[in-house]
Design a protein around this ligand. Structure first.
Ligand code: FA5
Length: 345
């Protein structure tokens, strides 16, 4: 019996040495040390042995199992280490390979122009104010001298949510809100950038959703010449000294007198094209002296206080500054269009 056990030990150890995978090793474990294996089989025959022989064979059988198990453990460690080494070898990184460039985004041209305009006005002592896009009819129209039924409401076709709530059609309600907050006291110098909405048909210079930047100055002895000077500084800083500006008399119910400012078209150099509707000029803002009724409705004494206001369209400004021929490029977000603005960052 001892001979048979020795034979099995030698046989099992040889197989373990030759095993080339963890699976193979496990199969050998089951085959030799398992309940149905040959060692267990030999031990089953121990009943036929004498009482003296039995402990000797039993102890020997345990030694055989221990020797096979120890060999297996050593082999298992060896195979596991080999597997780790093989994995490391297959995952070697060639640090000398050139890296893949990471594509960097850039600011949207509208963000750039709005920030540029904000910086310019902050430099002139203005503060930035904001207001809601879903606005009350009162602030969008009534507080701006546009009572219900006023024909000038047709100038801004609106998206109404209820009879009294709408998507704001301009940023001018922020003027009304800011003046109201001041409760008729003290001067104001703000700009208010934000989105506005109108039921306009989309074309090269119109969008149903666009941006505006409102400006408002309230104080004592503010004059039309202050407004003109401010707009001139703005236009020259943004467009350069060589671009022409013109102020045209206009009408807004919330300003009196009112003007519109045009800039000479960069696309055609002022000769006329589809962007400037063959006039050589593009309108970029409306402005005027704050109407006394607007000051009074917000709680200011119009005999003491006066002011000027303007509202500009950053899309049109960006079109003129960067030579963009269609406002819709700003919203379709074609990366080929957007990445052209990366170089100036
Ligand atoms: C207004 O919205 C006045 N609230 C501006 C104002 C403020 C006047 C304060 C006086 C005092 P207007 O509707 O003209 O005015 O719009 C102002 C600017 O917004 C225009 O000059 C133009 O640059 C831009 N704009 C108007 N409609 C569109 C549109 N559909 N798409 C793109 N830009 C537009």
């Amino acid at each position: 019996m001892q001979e048979r056990l020795k034979e099995l030990q030698a046989e099992a150890i040889e197989k373990v040495e030759q095993a080339s995978s963890l699976k193979e090793l496990n199969d050998i474990r089951v085959a030799y040390l398992g309940k149905k294996g040959p060692i267990t089989e030999v031990l089953r025959g121990m009943g036929k042995l004498s009482a003296e022989e039995r402990p000797v064979i039993g102890a020997f059988a345990n030694e055989v199992r221990a020797a096979i198990s120890a060999k297996m453990e050593a082999k298992q460690a060896e195979l596991e280490e080999a597997a780790v080494q093989a994995k490391l070898a297959s995952e070697t990184i060639d640090v000398t390979l050139p890296g893949r460039p990471v594509k960097l985004g850039n600011h949207h041209p509208l963000t750039k122009i709005i920030e540029e305009i904000e910086d310019l006005f902050i430099g002139m002592g203005y503060e930035v104010a904001e207001g809601p896009e879903v606005e009350q009819d009162y602030y969008n129209f009534e507080a701006l001298n546009l009572p219900k039924g006023h024909p000038a409401r047709d100038m801004q076709d609106s998206f109404y949510i209820t009879e009294d709530i709408l998507l704001r059609t301009h940023t001018s309600p922020v003027q009304a809100r800011t003046m109201e907050k001041h409760e008729g006291k003290g001067s104001i110098k703000i700009i208010c950038p934000g989105k506005v909405y109108r039921r306009d048909n989309d074309d090269a210079t119109h969008s149903h959703q666009f941006m505006q930047i409102e400006g408002l100055v309230v104080g004592e002895n503010i004059r039309m010449s202050d407004l003109k000077g401010t707009l001139e500084v703005f236009a020259k800083k943004i467009f350069g000294e060589d671009r022409e500006i013109r102020l045209r008399p206009s009408f807004f119910p919330f300003t009196e007198p009112s003007v519109e400012m045009d800039i000479s078209c960069k696309i055609c150099g002022g000769h006329g094209c589809s962007v400037c509707k063959h006039t050589g000029w593009i309108e970029i803002l409306g402005a005027g002296m704050v109407h006394p009724n607007v000051l009074e409705m917000a709680g200011y004494d119009s005999r003491v206080f006066n002011g000027f206001a303007f509202g500009m369209g950053p899309e049109r400004i960006a079109m003129l500054k960067y030579g963009v021929d269609d406002i819709r490029h700003f919203y379709t977000n074609d990366v080929r269009f957007l990445k052209q603005f990366a170089v100036e960052e």
